[in-house]
Design a protein around this ligand. Sequence first.
Ligand code: FEO
Length: 397
Amino acid sequence: MKSKEIAKNVFYAGVNDRQKALFENLWPLPAGVSYNSYLILDEKNVLIDTVDVCYSDIFLRKIAAILDGRSLDYLIINHMEPDHSGSIRLLRQQYPDVKIVGNVKTFDMLKGYHGITEGLHEVKDNDTLDIGSRKLSFHTAPMVHWIEVMFTYDPKEKILFSADAFGTFGALNGGIIDKDINIDPYREEIIRYYANIVGKYGNAVQKAMQKIAALEITTVCSTHGPVWRQHLPEAIALYNRMSRYEGEEGVTIVYGSMYGNTEQMADAIAYSLSENGIKNIVVHNAGKSHASYILADIFKYKGLIIGSPTYCNQLYPEIESILSKIEIRDIKDRLFGYFGSFSWAGTAVKKLSAFPEQMKWKVVAPPVEQRQGLLSESLEGCLALGKAMAEALAAEK
Ligand code: FEO
């Protein structure tokens, strides 16, 4: 099997997973995902991260082919989540002398997941490891996305091995480096990956970004998706923006609807947004759109409007679920509007009213509450809500 040399003596050793339907058994993978690993050949040969255990066989064969009879001296573990650490035990069986490099938190997990406690080389923040023609350095990045995460920097090739940071969903279909790929699908998938996986940890991402700003970086090798080089400034700008929870001008409307009455309200609001100059409008039926995509759009756009019918005297269950996912991620600083409906006793709007207060979001207009079908009063309310959101977005420019 051929492995791409992404810089002199730095090889891609990752694998594609087009089998799994759901990442973390939660997030859809319509275009698969890659588990990236990298192998540096020098006086000491160094592997950075492994892959999901389901792909150990392919992975180990790749490593052997790149090494071509050389020894494997070090395995650096940037991240212990099993999609990257799953093959460590088998790797150790194949290469019993490989020294495992990680920090104190890595080794706690290495013991817990794999029972490995020997042949370890512990590093702290900013420590270096001389492997011959280059001195790799280590930079802890706790909570991007787990507590033990660290980045590894190769000053010779100016490469940052960034664990999950800058990762994307989507398998690598031949090309590995961004310049060799049509990057458009990954532009969407880096946002969805961030929103689903890393989005809760905006402050931690900000700290890590500040930390690496001191390094001269021309290439970023994440554990998922393309190697960033040509589009690296774009990826860094995106990460900076998303970790500060900055949304573009645009509105995500999320609604639940059993028979289409609440849906008509969503459509009226969307119409009004468009009439008032908003171009980026995404409307999600929460009973149909997967939360993975809804979260991606909520991270993307500054405006958010949520609507729910009253269901069993509660919020519509899928709306309740998306509110919980937003709350967990502590998404900041959205412009918010809300609406709802009921047939005989209204609860949904009342319940939604507590949410912006809790999230410390600005509410752009009074909520619209509809009894049964869309008649002129609720229609006017929806049009006014759309207009108020458009004006609030314009005022932010
Ligand atoms: Fe790709 Fe946090 O593991």
